[in-house]
Every structure is written in C-alpha cells, then in structure tokens.
Design a protein. Sequence first.
Length: 261
Amino acid sequence: MTVTESGAPAPTREMQEVDARYEEHFATRFTGEALGGLQERFRAENIVPIRGFCPPDLLAELQREAFGIMDEHGVDRKFSFEITDGTPRQMTTVGQPVIKDHGPLIHATYFSPAVKSLLGSVVGEDVYTCPYAGEHYVISRLGKNGDTHGWHWDDYTYGFILVLQAPGYRDGGFVQAVPHTSWDKENPDVHGALLKSQVRSYHLEAGDAYVVKTDTTMHRVYPIRGETSRTIVNMTLASGADLTREITHETNDALFGGDGA
C-alpha cells in the first residue's frame, strides 16, 4: 500500500468517493452558526454531540458493513482494569486488523480529509492520524443486559465515535463525561474525579457522532438493560503534541487486539 508523508495511506478511488460524500453533507449542516455552536460547546464541555453527522445513505452502508463484521468476527470481552481504578469493560469487540481487511467504508471514514477538517474545526486545532494503527478504528457492541464501557480516560487526545445503533435512553447506553480531570496510571482515582467535577450525560441516535477530549475527560457508557444493543465505531485522533509523546496502549490491546500494522 502506498503511504503519504503524513502516514495516511494514499487514497483509493473508493476513499475519495466516501470523502466527497462527507464533504457535501457537511457543507449543508456544519457551517456558520451550526459550526460555531459545536465549537462553543466543545470549549465548555470538552465533548460535543454532532447530530446527524453521517449522510443517511452512507449510514445504511456503514451499518451493513459494521454489523456484518461484528456478527462474524466479534469477540466477547469482560475485564476490569486496575489502570482505570477497577472499572469494568463488558462488551463485544472487533479490532483494527480485522476492520482494515473487511471494512473499507470505516477505513475511508477514518482517513477522510473532510472528516478530519470538520473535527479539527470543532476542537480548535489540527487533528492527525494516530501513530499507533491499533487505535485507528475499532467496533464495539453492548448487546447483553449489563454490558458497559466503564469509566476511563484514553491515551491520545481525541476520540471520535460514530454511533451506528443506539437504544432509547431508558435502556441505558448513553454517554457520560467528566471534563477537566486527569489520569494518573500509577494511582487512578475515578471516585475522586466524580467528586471534583460535574457529570454530563448525552443520549445519541444512529447517525450521530461525538468528539471528546479523552485524555482529560473521564467518560463511560452507561450500562444497557434488557434486550437492546448499542454499536459504535470508535476512532482515535492525535493532537500535534501527541506526535512527540511516548504513549502506551494497554487497555486498547486487551480489548481490541492491538496493532495490525
């Protein structure tokens, strides 16, 4: 595969077509006052829902792709991580190596210049391809009663999550975030973070997305209940500062299988 100087793969025709679909959609939804509102909310909360992020026709295609990958390759995971103060992870996951081989639309979304441009505008700085391929994109599904992605922080600055399937809020599966917190891997303190800052909650629907400053915003997905499912694609983006830091990937490797490069 040809790789550009930035580390991103040279775009294929399919990737260019997907990018064009995003660019056209964004031009009708996320400019002017609408974009300004996203920027203002992100500055205040370090997380912001982007309602209607995905063009409806592309959403249907992404759902077929991701659900097919999940049904064939999903692995049930159940962990508690001491590095995040013993918080639980109970979900079904597919990692980057499998998606790279079977998910061209997800791959194209991650490397889309239009997507990176919009997200950079929202967060107020350029965002970059994650240096560690294993964190480019992963799929997770909460599909059993009690499934959750417990309180945690992430290593890189930005997380971008595309929602493909979501339960009604009464059945859980909504996002909660605590901004302006910090992750001490040697002495993680989830309860201290909860006491020091306000917990905000966000319900999202299929086709929505959100971007979150994951290194300083403790966040989780509230446990689901009953017969329902939440399926998302989680994508990691780096800040300029991330590119010069040494970063480890313990929880990603355990949950999603690590680097497929």
